[in-house]
Design a protein around this ligand. Sequence first.
Ligand SMILES: [Mg+2]
Length: 381
Amino acid sequence: MNRSILHLDLDSFFVSVERLADSSLFNKPIIVGGNSERAVVAACSYEARKYGVHSAMPIRMAKSICPEAIIVRGNMDTYIKYSAMVTEIVDRYSPLYEKASIDEFYVDISGMDKYVKSSYLWAKELRNFILKETNLPISFGLSSNKTVSKVGTGEAKPNNHINIPYGSERQFLAPLSVKKIPMVGNKTYIKLRTMGVERIRTLQEIPQDLMMKAFGKNGILIWEKAQGIDSTPVLKDIEQKSISTERTFEQDSCDVKQLRNIIISMVEDLAYKLRKLNKMTSSISIKIRYSDFQTQTKQMRIDYTNLDSVLIKHILPLFDKAYSRRLLIRLIGVRFTNLIVGSYQLNLFEDIESQLRLYKTVDKLKNKYGKDIIFRASGLP
Ligand SMILES: [Mg+2]
């Protein structure tokens, strides 16, 4: 059976939400981002993109290439509220969906044609419901797989949609830049260009072996995507509400320095797990069990994050507050709750690009060599 996979993506989501609150922001170059010296662009409007502004660019640079841009300090809580609103609508109508990021969804509507006139019609209806209920512009691509639909959404934007019928995937992709393939990042793009590959058409015609030689296993995947082949399933988000870890000591301890170091390494483990799950937390708690089995828990609300440095900054004072009895401790636990789907992009309010790049590199190494390959020096047991 041919699959029918829909990809929905809200257009310049943060900007669109800001415009709901302030209509004077329409049709103007808007930049959403933090207001510190080191802040970067978290999102920008299409009007600002025309000047070359893009997300993750330092705001200072964005201001210099687009001086008339209006800088808006973003509010993550509001974005999360609107994201939940859209998710609720997708959830109400869809048989099987996956929330891929704060503003992006995949819906598997295979077999829908049996019940409605066409899956394309159904997708347009869903988009209309979202538009009507939230006033947020949204685009979609519909095809037989995730990759082609996602590329389709990108081509349809802003505020539009596209249907790529089964059998025409290859043809649809052919004239586009290889940069449009979701797996092709900057490095891969540059390497492909040195190989003389600029359009997907060229990539479609080169032998698979060549891609294997140049990029290894990823090369095969990229080559397949270029052919419009992708069998990745739409996975329903596991509704995990929290993650936690605990450690019971062989010998009860009141060595604060050592306890703090243990907490740091626990946070590092959990934060890495969060990033792997593509999630962020906004509520952290610490649990202390004393040698007399009395247990104390302290919890605090923080801005959504999945970065070790931010989490450690909050958890250590929380531990100091919780550790009030100055008795021996037999168990320590750390828990993150209020999890939402979200990735590096959403950390842009609190951190600079170089730090995010560092986390990406660290995670890559952890994925490859195991999670204990890298930890901060202070986390040493
Ligand atoms: Mg979007």
